[in-house]
Design a protein around this ligand. Structure first.
Ligand code: XIL
Length: 315
């Protein structure tokens, strides 16, 4: 069975994967990525981020993003745009800048409007806001919040909506997949945006999990967001372990993938599941969490792991 085929048969829009430009010269890698029976949706892992798309103020570079958009279009795969406003991977002119309220408002409007507008009509959903909260539910301190307070959120969402009225506009974050201060803060934000008439269509559950630690209330948390009038999606799923991998860890990982996919499957407002690349060869985990890895459903030699069967069983 194929992952996107079973996802669509279950009524979902897609099963997808992140990819990244430096991986595309690998023909063995692309041969699997290209199969839309596996992946009905693609997310560029880095090449639509601010440092990649507006490295100098007013100078936009879309070639990396376009390479991935073109690949997805050639394969009839949906695209999730990632992302407009994030504290990380900012060019230094933004990260280290000192701006008035009016200046930063205009900078956000120009960035989001130009980025989203460049692919108008071609993107299913955009992560307009990425990771706005700390784990305790307070706002993250960064150039955006420190200058504008929470108004940076509607400023970005409204600019994106004007640039592509048909793209679904998301806020994406991690550690919001269970009940707690961070998901409560995100729910309150959704309610505030809805009350103010600010465009907001979806919430992304990044879902960077650890083997054996998938939250047991992930389905209930999806339902709670959907009840507020937004869709949800699993946007960056991976399930990491402390290396070396063992048969027992891989078996638990299979269950963990199944748990996440089943939760989305059971919630009509959960539109799809995206893994944060499909092979351990290109996973971001070892580089960011030293000593951990083996987080993807395909191993580094492109062989499917037990996790793959977990995904199939979950839909
Ligand atoms: C990661 C990429 O996969 C890496 O290649 C890069 O070095 C750092 O960013 N949350 C997100 C993603 O929203 O953009 C991050 O992607 C992973 C965590």
């Amino acid at each position: 069975a194929f992952t996107d085929t079973v996802a669509k048969a279950a009524g979902k829009l897609y099963f997808g994967s992140a990819t990244d430009n430096p991986e595309l010269p690998n023909a063995e890698y692309v041969a699997i990525l290209d199969q839309n029976a596996y992946f009905g949706q693609i997310t560029p892992g880095n090449s639509m981020k601010w440092d990649a798309t507006e490295p100098e103020q007013g100078v936009f570079t879309f070639s990396g993003g376009q390479q991935i958009v073109s690949l997805a279009q050639a394969n009839n795969q949906l695209i999730r745009g990632h992302n407009c406003v994030w504290y990380n991977q900012l060019p230094s002119w933004v990260e280290d800048g000192t701006f008035t309220v009016a200046e930063l408002t205009e900078i956000i409007q120009t960035h989001c409007g130009t980025l989203v507008g460049n692919w108008k009509g071609q993107i299913y959903a955009w992560d307009i806001i990425n990771e706005p909260f700390n784990d305790d539910g307070t706002w993250r301190s960064d150039v955006f919040f420190d200058t504008l307070g929470e108004s940076f959120i509607p400023i970005a969402l409204e600019a994106a909506a004007a640039a592509d009225p048909n793209a679904k506009l998301y806020i994406n974050d991690y550690n919001i997949e269970s009940a707690g201060a961070k998901s409560a803060a995100m729910m309150e934000l959704v309610q505030t945006l809805k009350a103010n008439g600010t465009p907001i269509d979806g919430i992304g559950f990044e879902s960077h999990f650890i083997v054996g630690e998938v939250p047991t209330d992930i389905q209930a948390t999806m339902e709670a967001f959907v009840a507020l009038g937004v869709e949800v999606a699993v946007t960056e799923l991976d399930v990491r372990m402390t290396l070396p991998e063992t048969a027992a860890l891989l078996e638990q990982q299979q269950k963990d993938y199944q748990t996440v996919v089943s939760a989305c499957n059971a919630v009509p407002g959960c539109v799809g599941v995206t893994i944060w690349d499909y092979t351990d060869l290109y996973s971001w985990i070892p580089g960011t969490f030293p000593g951990q890895g083996a987080a993807c459903p395909w191993d580094a030699n492109f062989v499917k792991k037990p996790a793959y069967d977990g995904i199939i069983a979950g839909f």
